[in-house]
Design a binder for this molecule. Sequence first.
Ligand SMILES: Nc1ncnc2c1ncn2[C@@H]1O[C@H](COP(=O)(O)OP(=O)(O)OP(=O)(O)O)[C@@H](O)[C@H]1O
Ligand SMILES: [Mg+2]
Length: 409
Amino acid sequence: MGTAVVFKPTSIQRKALSLLKGGAKHILLFGGSRSGKTTVLVMAIIFRALMYAGSRHLICRYRAKDAKSSVLRETLIPWLNNTVSNNGYRYLAHESMITLYNGSEIWIGGLGDKEQADKILGHEYNTIYFNEISQISYAAVTTAYSRLAMKIKGCRNLFYYDCNPGSPLHWAYKIFVLKKTFLTSEPLEKPELYQSMILNPEDNRANLPDDYISDILDALPEKQRARFRDGLWTKTEGVIYEKFDETMIVKISELPEKFDRYAGGQDFGLNITFVKIAWVGEKIFVLDDYGAFNMTTQSFNEELSARRLLNCPDEMGLPVYCDPAGGERIQEITGGVKANNSVESGIDYINAKIERRQFFVCDRCTGVLSEIWDYCRDEAGQVVKVNDHFMDALRYAIFSDIQQGIILS
Ligand SMILES: Nc1ncnc2c1ncn2[C@@H]1O[C@H](COP(=O)(O)OP(=O)(O)OP(=O)(O)O)[C@@H](O)[C@H]1O
Ligand SMILES: [Mg+2]
């Protein structure tokens, strides 16, 4: 390693650091790409780890391998080398953990797979930093909340978050910008505990290649530019349900009184989700949804039942179309049957319904709503498999149901 570089925050990073030191418990830095969000939060964690001997801090993201490449290798290790030099810490690769000379620990991992999640959530921390929360479900984040329980004298435990902004329906926008609770949409009880700040690439010009803003960000298509250069919460390019709009979100009081039939959709995995729909003629109403993180299928089914989500009036049955890859888990779901999993045909069908304005989502369906405008394709046209848990359950419910109808008629 050459001579150590001293961390010199940009002026916006300095403001971010004072926000972190204010009274808030949850702090989100959002904004365009390469704006210095991750660097300042990682530095803040290094400072805290150094200041509070024996403290423990977690940096997590959806995929463990992204956490390792973009946070650990590109940010944390270089800045540790600059701050405490490479004699001042040890990196235990098999543990995904760094120990500092003063006994403090910094853990890094993914919330996307069970083994990793169980491992990192098996400890208590003083700081939990959710990196790139546009990819992390609200259920996963709240599951991790109980782990912010380590006690170190003088250290106030904090949650940090960062992201490139997602759609204005994303849970983080609702909580941090609209200051409403995610599940009930009530105003936050203690809004002062939730603070956010925008950082944009322009603010970090000094640390970026000369042509990065002018040649790369300015040249992006309009919607991507809004997100990645200007840090705006918008629907981006490649959104699958692009034509879905706010007029299709209905209140409970606006729902029809009677439905022709009901169906459920069930996705399995670490993010386990359920969506309930009902039909009136050609119209589809998405009535309810429920999601959890790292819950067994059996407990999840008990939750559905306790929340009366499996009930339908007039003894109308509720077939629950399940991820066909679910194997034996399907039998643990009341009414569980294998779903049709033709992804492209299912998406086309839902899109046709949206275009004909025969598709409505009740506003209590927070899971479906928080994903619907971020569910997108990559540049190669492939469906992006993050933040899609409710979208899969929705498609199983709708498309299996109509396929079933065709077979029966
Ligand atoms: N104070 C600083 N001093 C030196 N370099 C910095 C500083 N802040 C950020 N950088 C550099 O700027 C680049 C972008 O920073 P960073 O990765 O923190 O941005 P980001 O907002 O998290 O980006 P992304 O949206 O891509 O996640 C990196 O190369 C980082 O090393
Ligand atoms: Mg970052």
